[in-house]
Design a protein. Structure first.
Lengths: 330, 145
């Protein structure tokens, strides 16, 4: 633990503030993640969403409404994470550098939240936007997931906040992320999908980092407390999962995609657990994400890219990649 | 330091890749972890091996190969004994998913054998376990021919 600003109990007794020294890194992961986040920085204004106007016009009214609702749901989560979640983790930081990284995470979440508004203002009318935001206020399952997470953010247990935060970053977003990947796989709203992919990339680093800090802090805990936190993690995930399934049906039953979305939920729930250092929970027969969705997420994630899995015939050695690494001598 | 391990890997302090390798339950001495810090002396392989390395999601893949792996592969004899690569990563990184594995595979002209996410699922573990067994069988029949 560092002194003065970081310990949980003494913030009110603070007599001085320690200046952060980036030349002494007690945890090198802080520096590594800071650099990664800074290098990945982006703004939605750089993505030409207006190129999606024609594509938007090809969607049915039901598909448009669905898309807007999904995006207001995502906006809500990003709002929570930006102004409450990441900020609530700061007092529990193990290092001063962790505090700094969390301010970066908080800011980027606010960028994410704003980017949905940019998509809306490019594609939709003011009335449609207002209707979608009203829906997000009134949808019970959406409000419930926000409430569950917010309750932990307002609690006193730093470790439980980290768990809730990692589950939000690595699981709760994905019922929403599914849809732009679905459109992208059908060559629709592809610029919008580019924005979502940038958000998805950021969330991976956030979930990884907060999950990592959870594991570091766990090293200081008693065996009994570790067991308590593990049980809590699985319970919270189940509670949120049940709610997420209902939310998924609310949104996607009309277009017949709910079952496909649920596979994507299982797949990401496993990744949330792994970010916290726990074993995956859902077996592979319910995590078989639609290949079109997986390939919209990552074009080289399918089995043809695995020498062990395929016949080998489809495998190409030395696929062209940019190899501009500095310090790469040979 | 010399090592006769057939599976050499890098894992940062997050230990994701380390956990994956542990789950493979390979015999003692069959696996070796590269030093965490580049200032430490790197390993020197004495037997053909497969390299497992993670990708952390850099923009456009620049600087994706961990410096510790670069140091290790800058030793010519290590490159000569490298037979294949296994990549760890996150599909959230889009085209950069496991790109460090792609880069090493392309540079060293060896196959990118498998990709898995974070610390790998049970399915990944059994696929890699079986895949490696078959791969080494293939390799020894190749060198016998």
């Amino acid at each position: 633990m560092t002194t003065s600003v970081t310990t949980e109990t003494q913030s009110t007794l603070l007599s001085h503030v320690e200046a952060i020294n980036w030349n002494r890194l007690p945890d090198e992961k802080d520096g590594e993640v800071w650099n990664r986040l800074v290098n990945n920085f982006w703004l939605p204004e750089k993505v030409p969403v207006s190129n999606d106007v024609q594509s938007w016009a090809t969607l049915t009214e039901e598909e448009k409404t669905l898309t807007m609702r999904v995006f207001t749901g995502l906006t809500l989560l990003d709002t929570i994470q930006g102004t409450v979640g990441a900020v609530a983790l700061i007092p529990h930081s193990l290092t001063q550098h962790e505090e700094a990284v969390l301010t970066n995470i908080a800011f980027m979440e606010s960028v994410h939240a704003k980017s949905y508004s940019q998509i809306f203002s490019t594609l939709c009318s003011t009335k449609e936007i207002d209707d979608a935001f009203r829906w997000s206020r009134e949808n019970q399952n959406l409000q419930r997931k926000a409430q569950i997470v917010m309750d932990y953010y307002h609690g006193a247990d730093g470790q439980k906040k980290r768990v809730a935060s990692t589950i939000l970053e690595s699981f709760l977003f994905y019922s929403g992320f599914y849809l732009p990947m679905h459109w992208s796989s059908r060559a629709k709203l592809t610029n919008t999908a580019d924005i979502i992919r940038l958000i998805i990339r950021d969330e991976a680093v956030h979930g990884y980092y907060i999950g990592y800090k959870y594991q570091r802090a766990l090293e200081q805990e008693t065996e009994e407390r570790r067991q308590e936190l593990k049980d809590y993690t699985y319970e919270l995930l189940f509670e949120l999962y049940d709610n997420e399934v209902q939310y998924t049906h609310d949104l996607y039953d009309g277009v017949g995609l709910a079952e496909d979305v649920k596979k994507f939920l299982h797949y990401n729930a496993n990744k949330a657990l792994m970010n916290l250092g726990y074993e995956a929970m859902f077996p592979s027969d319910v995590t078989d994400v639609n290949p079109a969705i997986l390939s919209a997420l990552s074009p080289n994630a399918d089995e043809n890219h695995d020498f062990f899995s395929g016949s080998g015939s489809s495998y190409v050695i030395g696929k062209a990649v940019e190899t501009e690494d500095e310090d790469w001598d040979f | 330091m010399l090592t006769s391990a057939t599976l050499i890997y890098f894992s940062s302090v997050s230990n994701n890749t380390h956990r994956f390798v542990e789950k493979l339950r390979l015999p003692e001495g069959e696996t070796a972890r590269l030093p965490l810090h580049t200032r430490s002396e790197t390993l020197e392989a004495t037997e053909p091996f497969v390299l497992v390395l993670p990708t952390y999601g850099a923009d456009g893949g620049r600087g994706s190969v961990p410096k510790q792996v670069i140091k290790f592969l800058n030793v010519e004899s290590n490159r000569r004994l490298l037979r294949g690569v296994i990549g760890a990563g996150n599909t959230n990184f889009h085209e950069s998913y496991c790109i460090a594995g792609d880069i090493v595979a392309a540079k060293c002209k060896v196959p990118h054998l498998y990709r898995f996410e974070l610390m790998g699922t049970q399915e990944d573990v059994s696929k890699v376990h079986k895949g490696l067994e078959e791969f080494w069988k293939q390799q020894s029949s190749l060198s016998a021919a």
